[in-house]
Design a protein around this ligand. Structure first.
Ligand code: PLP
Length: 384
């Protein structure tokens, strides 16, 4: 069935970004592809097999339900999945049975994991998250002692797969001191565990920003979200990266474009209002095209009379208010715009581009937030 709009995901862009990341991270560093938030809006079911085909063998999600979806989308039995956040005690058995690893940051979860692992007869793959200064999740000193004791006493049921933490804002230099203290704390905790012969299989701390800015944080594995999709964690990280280079060209390419088609075209006489209420008055004879995308599909209402889309290789303005399921644009300047013309909401058309960042600018949303909010029911299609 035809849908009002669709999202294209570019294989070539992903290959490009992964090649850049592999070269940058170095040969000893594994890349875990972070696919929480519906793969940052790209769609777990579409993105996971694509990334797998491009050589990714490890995925990170926030919660068990995402792990379940990622698992269903895998093509290779050896590909690994790690849950970094929420998993109910009841879901632990499922994770253990399926060899899915998960973060543990409080003693209760570790005890439940131990019980489940004993019952199932398979080890639980544990990533011990430690508190280093973010103050979100992670074992503090006391909890860590308890956890270490359990890990030492039950090596056959609790497999110490990873030691990890997360930095509190590595994308901004304003947090430099805090991140530096976190790194020091992490190293101190690692040494303490090593002194008790507790050696995890893998150390991992870096998200995209940390992996770019603080090379020692890369360790055995980096958890890369935003960069693989072709976006910088912040403008600051790109400026810092490119300031050292002659060539300031952006090495990343965006995977995503969001497209629709013109549903209807009509003429409006000077002096008429367009759409609901009085927010837009035609001050000359105009040609208006209707596009079947509205705030119900993630095109923010705050882009009323503000947003832009591309039609026939030209930027055209949204006129009037964005409705629930459609919006109207001024195509007077295009001459012969007609029903069925391709509309680009995000992405390229000819030489023109509408970036997610500029799409979001008017509605004050971060790339991360905007991508994640792209509705899951818009069809995703892989293109070359
Ligand atoms: C989201 C997340 C990441 C990835 O962050 P990016 O900035 O998108 O690379 C890494 N680690 C944890 C714990 C996360 O929650």
């Amino acid at each position: 069935m035809m849908s009002g709009s669709y999202i294209q995901i570019s294989r070539r862009a992903l290959e490009n970004n992964l090649a850049f990341l592999r070269a940058r991270m170095g040969p000893g560093v594994r890349i875990s592809s972070v696919v929480k938030g519906n793969a940052y809006g790209h769609g777990i079911e579409t993105f996971v097999p694509l990334a797998e085909a491009c050589g990714i063998g490890h995925f990170s999600v926030f919660e068990a339900s995402e792990a379940f979806r990622a698992k269903g989308a895998l093509r290779k039995p050896e590909t690994e999945i790690m849950i970094m956040g929420m998993i109910d005690d009841g879901q632990l058995s499922w994770a253990i049975e399926n060899g899915i690893s998960f973060y543990v940051f409080e003693a209760g979860r570790l005890q439940h994991a131990l019980k489940a692992a004993c019952r199932i007869g398979r080890p639980a793959r544990i990533h011990l998250e430690v508190e280093t200064g973010m103050n979100r999740t992670g074992f503090g000193k006391e909890g860590l002692h308890q956890a270490a004791k359990l890990l030492m006493e039950h090596p056959e049921h609790l497999w110490f797969e990873g030691l990890c933490t997360h930095y509190a804002g590595a994308e901004s230099i304003a947090n430099y001191v805090r991140v530096t203290l976190q790194r020091r704390n992490f190293n101190r905790i690692s040494k303490w565990l090593q002194s008790r012969e507790l050696n995890p299989h893998c150390y991992h701390t870096a998200c995209s920003a940390a992996a770019m800015r603080y090379p020692p944080t890369r360790m055995d594995m980096v958890r890369i979200g935003i960069l693989q999709y072709g976006f910088w964690p912040s403008q600051e990280v790109f400026i810092e990266y490119s300031s050292r280079l002659e060539d300031k060209h952006n090495p990343l390419q965006r995977l995503i474009s969001w497209k629709s088609r013109v549903m209807d075209v009509r003429n409006v006489k000077a002096g008429e209002f367009i759409g609901y209420g009085t927010s837009y008055l035609a001050n000359h004879d105009m040609k208006i095209a209707t596009v079947p995308v509205g705030y119900g599909q993630g095109f923010s209402r705050s882009l009323s009379n503000q947003g832009r889309v591309l039609i026939r290789g030209k930027r055209v303005p949204v006129v009037g208010t964005v409705n629930m399921n459609c919006l109207t644009v001024d195509v007077s300047g295009l001459g012969n715009a007609e029903k069925g013309d391709e509309v680009t909401i995000i992405g390229r058309q000819g030489d023109m581009e509408i970036s997610v960042a500029s799409f979001g600018e008017f509605s004050n949303q971060l790339n991360y937030e905007l991508l994640t909010r792209l509705p899951p029911d818009i069809p995703r299609i892989v293109v070359e």
